[in-house]
Design a protein around this ligand. Structure first.
Ligand code: ZN
Length: 55
């Protein structure tokens, strides 16, 4: 059996578009809804909205 790939998502600062965080996607049954988190961005030096992005 091949090992399953863990779904990884990048969290991208909505302000500066830099990827600051990585997250493993939790089992969301709500489907298509994208992850959105308030995180501190060291580039913006403030809390910004970080959105899930793919590759
Ligand atoms: Zn930023």
């Amino acid at each position: 059996m091949a090992t399953k790939k863990k779904p990884f998502v990048k969290l991208q600062c909505f302000d500066c578009k830099r990827v600051n965080y990585f997250s493993r996607k939790s089992k969301q049954k709500k489907g298509e809804k994208k992850l959105e988190l308030k995180k501190f961005c060291k580039w913006c030096r403030k809390q910004t909205t970080h959105k899930e992005t793919k590759k």
